[in-house]
Design a protein around this ligand. Structure first.
Ligand code: G4P
Length: 295
């Protein structure tokens, strides 16, 4: 059962979390899970551990499972390979995808059919009229659930209507005659118990910015990237890199001429665009964790 997440304190960065709406989302998801055969869980390929909510494993027990490392175009390909192996070794069907690309539909169709192969073959052997396999998409905020569903829906225009008696009030997207996708994703709440995990999900934009100290968080992100991927800031902003993230932000302010009155570097403004550049993959293909790091 969901643990009520309380206010967490990350050093000077305070993250307050009110899971009321998440409880509602969870209840809806429990109902949806009764209708489906396979759960397609999206995680962010840059943090495939921190962006995965472990509670889904209990919630979806008995269902076939697919994990998509989404925003694969933002992640370090070498680290992504390790994550694919990691989750495969735990019994999931896994792919790294870019939800904005139409070919993602084909990849996912293959995985879903593979996940449900046993059921499909059994139905066939019994001479049963095979009903389409039904799938639910879920994940924490901002991992790309809506983008993914839209991409699949666009490619497979036929949306099926309500199905009286079975799926009242639900809309399904028919991918082909074998697979249907529930058109409303399940929203999972990020996990907060581990301070480092909390920071990582904030860095990818899965926590409402209004409740964050973006300044402190982004300094932490810069510190992390300076160590893990030296040269990134030099390549992007043309600044000399040093160990201290604050000096780095000041150097970027000067380079970009982000000055306030009195020729003082506008650090808030720099922090905002550096954070945005990371969230949107403009700092390059960077992954922030490898299997075994926290998993
Ligand atoms: P959610 O439903 O899980 O909350 O996420 P959503 O689909 O809204 O996606 C969040 C942001 O991530 C969107 O960008 C979306 O375009 C982007 N995105 C999703 N999947 C991918 C992917 O695989 N690769 C890349 N590069 N981007 C992806 P946005 O800036 O918030 O919106 P928009 O301006 O793109 O519409």
């Amino acid at each position: 059962m969901a643990k009520e997440a309380s206010a967490e304190s990350f050093n000077s960065t305070s993250i307050n979390w009110y899971p009321g709406h998440m409880n509602k989302a969870l209840k809806a998801m429990r109902e949806d899970l009764k209708l489906i055969d396979v759960v397609i869980e999206l995680v962010d390929a840059r943090i495939p551990y921190s962006s995965k909510n472990p509670e889904i494993d209990q919630l979806a027990s008995g269902k076939k499972r697919v994990i998509l490392l989404n925003k694969g175009d933002f992640a370090d390909p070498e680290k992504t390979k390790l994550w694919v192996k990691y989750y495969e070794s735990r019994g999931f069907l896994v792919a790294c995808v870019n939800s904005k690309e139409p070919q993602t539909a084909k990849v996912v169709t293959g995985l879903v059919l593979e996940a449900c192969r046993e059921k499909i073959e059994k139905d066939k052997a019994r001479g049963m009229n095979m009903r389409p396999v039904r799938a639910l998409v879920c994940g924490i905020p901002n991992v790309g659930k809506s983008t993914f569903i839209n991409t699949l829906a666009k490619k497979n225009v036929a949306k099926t209507g309500n199905k009286p008696g079975v799926t009242t009030g639900k809309q399904w997207i028919r991918l082909n005659n074998k697979i249907e996708l529930l058109d409303t994703p399940g929203v999972l709440w990020p996990k907060f118990e581990d301070e480092e995990v909390g920071k990582r999900i904030a860095w990818i934009g899965s926590i409402n910015e209004n409740i964050l100290n973006t300044y402190e968080l982004t300094l932490g992100l810069c510190e992390f990237i300076l160590k893990a991927y030296p040269g990134v800031f030099n390549a992007k902003y043309g600044v000399e890199e040093c160990e201290d993230p604050l000096s780095l932000i000041e150097a970027i302010a000067i380079k970009r001429n982000c000055m306030q009155k009195g020729n003082v570097p506008d650090l808030e403004r720099v922090v905002a665009f550096v954070s945005d550049d990371f969230k949107n993959g403009r700092l390059g293909k960077l992954s922030l964790e490898v299997p075994g790091d926290r998993s």
